[in-house]
Write a protein that binds this ligand. Structure first.
Ligand SMILES: [Zn+2]
Length: 200
């Protein structure tokens, strides 16, 4: 595969080159051994009725979720995420198929994962992790429901306040992954079946 044989120029050319690079990186990752055993990589995703994403913490049910998207946070910030309370060390599961984009440690999020969705435009962020799953690394292809980490209280979660901070953003430009527009993950996780009955 040689994308450079076509006469591409300007922004289109750069975008095509980036897509090719991402594609090749994904292919390279897929050829290697999975980060977790096959039994934990597949078949454990729970998707609530009407939901578009898999529940990102094993054992959590949709009725346990609270919509904390618009909650205020320190420094005048708005949460723009959902906090999923869970036991320390509970497996954190990929909410969707995609690729590990960044693994970052430090700051408010503590130990964190940035996962790029298979569409190349949706970013999933997992924070306050206790630790990553064995073998997790940037560029690794990830299947929905795969164990990627374990619930912790790192960053500014507060000691003993074990939960997963999970957010979803839409990227206008995947090269500028930090500039995404946040969207509320609550309906994507809890499902819309109960909401569709409202107003009838
Ligand atoms: Zn949070």
């Amino acid at each position: 595969m040689h994308p450079s044989h076509r006469p591409l120029s300007g922004r289109l050319g750069r975008a095509a080159a980036l897509c090719a690079a991402l594609f090749l990186a994904a292919c390279a990752g897929r050829a290697e051994a999975p980060a977790t055993s096959p039994s934990s990589a597949h078949g454990t995703a729970y998707v609530a009725p009407g939901a578009s994403l898999a529940m990102p913490v094993r054992g959590i049910r949709p009725e346990q979720l609270r919509d904390t998207y618009s909650d205020p946070r320190s420094g005048g910030r708005v949460h723009h995420a959902i906090d999923i309370m869970a036991p320390r060390g509970a497996p954190v599961l990929a909410a969707a198929d995609g690729t590990i984009l960044k693994l970052r440690t430090g700051g408010l999020g503590g130990i964190t994962i940035y996962q790029l969705g298979a569409d190349g435009r949706t970013l999933y962020y997992y924070a306050h992790l206790q630790r990553y799953a064995a073998g997790l690394r940037e560029g690794l292809p990830i299947a929905r429901g795969q164990v990627v980490a374990y619930v912790g209280d790192t960053g500014n979660a507060g000691a003993g306040n074990y939960h997963l901070h999970f957010s979803v953003s839409r990227l206008a430009d995947p090269r500028r992954w930090w500039e995404g527009e946040n969207v509320n993950p609550y309906p994507m996780l809890a499902g819309v079946a109960s909401r569709s009955r409202e107003g009838r």
